[in-house]
Design a protein around this ligand. Sequence first.
Ligand SMILES: [Fe+2]
Ligand SMILES: [Fe+2]
Length: 315
Amino acid sequence: MPQPKTSDALGECRSVAVTCISEVGWHDTDRVLADIRAAGGSSENQWQKTWDADNAAGSASLVEMVMMDGQIRRILVDCGWNEAYMLQRFAETGVKESLERGEIDLLFLSHEHFDHLWGLQAVLRLCPDITICVPATFSDDALAFILGDRRSPTSSPDAPVIRHTGRLLTTAMGVPTPLYPGCIAVAFNLPILLGVTGEQSLYFRLHDRGTVCVTGCCHQTVTALADYAVANIATEETLYGLYGGLHIAPFGPLTAPQEQMITDMARFGFHKIAPNHCTGPSAIAKMIELGYPIESGSNRPSDTVLGNGARVVFE
Ligand SMILES: [Fe+2]
Ligand SMILES: [Fe+2]
């Protein structure tokens, strides 16, 4: 007899819309790679490195979920890197007003990489008491940064630090953590680049549609993300949607294992895929070649990613 999945208790929601506030981690990849090389390579701790602050941009997305009773929950996924750049992007996407009015229910920090976390002061400037959710693997440096007890390596040394006054939630590793009915966080425990450990992702269970996965960088790999959903979240054998950075060949051509992973994605049967950020052009080209249902809309040179200001709706 088939075992009941934990998903039975996770509830459902009606729809999910994701607005790309910014998927541009930095302006010049050669400069960020030079910064990493200069400080000893990608295994060195990001908090101990010197970074070119002028090169910083940042990754952040706004999730708006409509619950079964019609209420809306808004989740800010990550908060970018450069504070001035993020304030501008928040203003250009309407997120500034939402933060000021206290309409964002949660800041969900996928992982502590510089381009997803170090723009936090831009959020706290607009809403210091926002509830923040982090994976349990966040480092002491990252937690001290959230609390306002330390600056990032690219923070201005003179700017006043705004302290976080809201709740700080921690997601345990490897178990579905319900956030709202039909919205679940799962943290994956793995070492990733620059001394960072762990990344968490969001899963939404859409009534009559299926499961939508939302990622920051997806360092755990897209197949690990989707396999987890099939085993623990979804009631269907296939998945409905996918949004976010997939960390596949962000800087160059596909390797053979990366190409195989993209081919392997077919078994999840996604109806709508909106990749951006660290999903490299070669990876997106391969997905298009395989006929995957890619959502685009962009102001980037390539129009094959869901770029800054673009929105995808799963309903
Ligand atoms: Fe990233
Ligand atoms: Fe990352």
